[in-house]
Design a protein around this ligand. Sequence first.
Ligand code: CA
Length: 231
Amino acid sequence: MITTDSTSAHVLIVEDEPKLGQLLFDYLQAAGYLPALLARGDEVIDYVQATPPDLILLDLMLPGMDGLAVCRELRKFSEVPIVMVTAKTEEIDRLLGLEIGADDYICKPFSPREVVARVKTILRRCQRAITPEKNHTQLIIDENAYQVRYGDKLLELTPAEFRLLKFMSDNTGTVYSRDQLLDILYDDHRVVTDRTIDSHVKNLRRKLEYLDNEKTFIRSIYGLGYRWDEY
Ligand code: CA
C-alpha cells in the first residue's frame, strides 16, 4: 500500500489576495509541503490536469471563475481533496447544502497554522492505496481505529461518518429517514439539520466510491431517506 506522504504532498493554493496567498505558500512550504499558488479561478482546471495536486485550498471569490464553479468542474474528473476558503461565515451553511463536492471549509480570517493543521488532517484522512480492486471484497470495519478496510484499501473516516457507516451497514436493507439518522449520529441535541445528514452521506459516499466505484453502498430512497445495500 502506498500512502500520500504528508511531508511531500503537493498543495495547490488558489487565492487572489497576493499577501494572503504568499502567507499560505510560506507556511505550507515551511511545514514540508510542495505548494503552488494560482490567483485566478479559470487557471485551475488546466493546472490540475497538467500537475495533479494532493490537495487544493480554494478561495470562494476569485477572478475568472468563482470557487463554486471551479469545484464543480474539478469534480467532473478529479477526486482531489478540496478545502473551500470563504470570508463569510454565513456562507458555510449554504455551501454545505450545495452539491459541490468540497471536503472541508475554512473561514477567513484564519491562522495559517490552523490551515496547515487542517491540510495535514485531510491528507491523512485521504490516504490512498493504488492497488487494483478485486471483486467480492468485503468491508472490514475496525471500531477501535475508526478505519474501514476493503481488500488492500484503507479508509479513514470522521467519527460521524464512521458511526453512520457502522450503523447503516449493520442494518443492511433497512430504509432510515434523515431524522432517524440524526438521532443516531447526535445524542447531544446539537443544532443540526437534515442537510447535515445529506452532507455526511455525500462525503461518505465519495470515500466509499474510492473503495469500489461499481458498488452503491448507500442508496437514496426518494421521499424516505437512505438504505445500505452494498451491491
Ligand atoms: Ca478572493
